[in-house]
Design a binder for this molecule. Structure first.
Ligand code: SF4
Length: 430
């Protein structure tokens, strides 16, 4: 049966790429098929086959029946060139082109490997640390070399003891250490990591470089190592599939999934959907987006979550928006899917506007939400839907029940699907 792989032209922050192949062209695994027009990254085919469609949004390749596993090598003379030619982007979710990030002179600063994986249910970064720690450490050293950093730190949640042991055993250099972080959301946010690891609270518009740091996801570092040492373009991604699966509630991790793979193929490979479902979420429970089964794996795909149907909720709903969880648009989408009329919207008081985006002044460190909950009650809310971090949700739970306001967290339908504890009254664990 013919198998199609779809390569989106926008798989990164910046502008969509421009195709360099046309319908009918023959491609191999690793053939360059699209290049950036502005800020962006190269895109290579992840399979050998024929180009069957090129349009404004994507390039479609019909894969050969037999894939021999070989990959066309990139040409590069330096670390940054290799990363650029390989088309590597940040794999923690944002998709910022990594060659641009590595083009920073840290003058003896620090590269932090982000292995925090703060979204619940996602396990692919943990598996990468457990199974490929030497690749990550070598990638970290290349990143340190490119940015002239004197130190490297691998940030991991303290609860992931197996990953910590594996990474510790792979460290063969006194300039690299491990930082063990608490299990709260959003511990993996870059400014939260800088605060916890370096003790510096950055302003909302500051990058980690203002603290002498560059932060790179652990899978990104592995791909850097592959590009530098094996001249391998970035054509595969590690992905977690979880949720309402016939195989059960455990997350299933697929390593090295070819980019462009239809997500329904991965869901099938994970056991298939178990009966009626609510949403297919691409990403984690906190920041993922609802997508259709026709979606494909991109350079930033981390999780694919199949949820229970959403509850019916006819009561008037107030929304409380967090800068690090679901935004207002996503909360409105969930309210609409639940059937609830929205009567008020408030933002956590630490939310600030920065260049067309919202940011948190101090991620995961709550100033208290009583005032916001009272305002929602005054707007006529009979129930609230919040997207707050662990700490803020604790404070919501300190006031909302006293005001007789039931609370939904936007991750509830995901967490209930797999029997995970809900985001309520959480205590950070060391
Ligand atoms: S303090 Fe507020 S904006 Fe910041 S992470 Fe928590 S809920 Fe979100």
């Amino acid at each position: 049966m013919k198998k199609l792989y779809r390569f989106l032209l926008q798989q990164h922050i910046g502008a969509p790429d421009s195709p360099v192949v046309k319908t009918g062209d023959r491609v191999e695994r690793g053939t360059l098929i699209a290049v950036p027009t502005k800020l962006g990254a190269n895109i290579h085919s992840s399979v050998s086959g024929s180009v069957v469609e090129v349009n404004e949004r994507e390039i479609v390749v019909e894969a050969d029946e037999n894939q021999d596993g070989s990959t066309v090598a990139i040409q590069a003379d330096s670390i940054i060139d290799a990363v650029k030619e390989a088309g590597i982007v940040g794999m923690g979710g944002a998709g910022f082109p990594t060659h641009v990030k590595l083009n920073t002179d840290l003058q003896g600063g620090v590269v932090i490997a982000n292995g925090v994986e703060c979204e619940p249910l996602l396990k692919h970064n943990i598996k990468e640390m457990e199974e490929n720690p030497a690749l990550i450490i070598r990638g970290l050293k290349y990143a340190m070399q490119a940015t002239k950093a004197a130190r490297g730190i691998v940030a991991i949640k303290a609860k992931n003891t197996k990953a910590i042991a594996a990474v510790r055993a792979a460290i063969n250099d006194a300039s690299i250490t491990i930082a063990e972080l608490p299990d709260i959301y959003p511990m993996g946010e870059e400014r939260a990591i800088v605060r916890e690891v370096l003790g510096k609270l950055l302003a909302c518009d500051q990058l980690p470089s203002a603290a002498g740091a560059v932060i790179s996801n652990v899978e990104t570092l592995s791909r850097i190592c592959e590009a530098v040492e094996s001249k391998k373009p970035f054509v595969t991604k590690n992905v977690t599939v979880a949720g309402k699966l016939k195989s059960g509630r455990e997350s299933v991790v697929f390593m090295d999934v070819p980019l462009g793979t239809p997500i329904k193929d991965l869901i099938e490979a994970a056991g298939g959907i178990d009966g009626a479902y609510g949403e297919i979420i691409m990403g984690g429970p906190f920041t993922g987006k609802s997508v259709s089964l026709d979606s494909v794996v991109t350079k930033t795909t981390g999780g694919i979550l199949v949820t229970l149907p959403l509850p019916n909720e006819k009561r008037k709903m107030g929304l409380l928006v967090c800068a690090c969880g679901a935004n207002e648009e996503r909360l409105r989408e969930l309210a609409q899917k639940m059937g609830a009329p929205v009567v008020g919207v408030e933002r956590c008081k630490q939310v600030v506007d920065v260049k067309n985006a919202i940011k948190c002044e101090n991620p995961g460190n709550c100033p208290g939400q009583a005032e916001k909950i009272m305002k929602l009650k005054k707007s006529g809310a009979e129930v609230v839907l919040v997207s707050n971090c662990s700490d803020c949700t604790n404070t919501v739970m300190g006031v909302a029940p006293k005001m007789k306001l039931p609370v939904y967290h936007h991750t509830d339908h995901v967490m209930r699907t797999v029997g995970h504890r809900l985001v309520r009254r959480l205590k950070p664990t060391k």
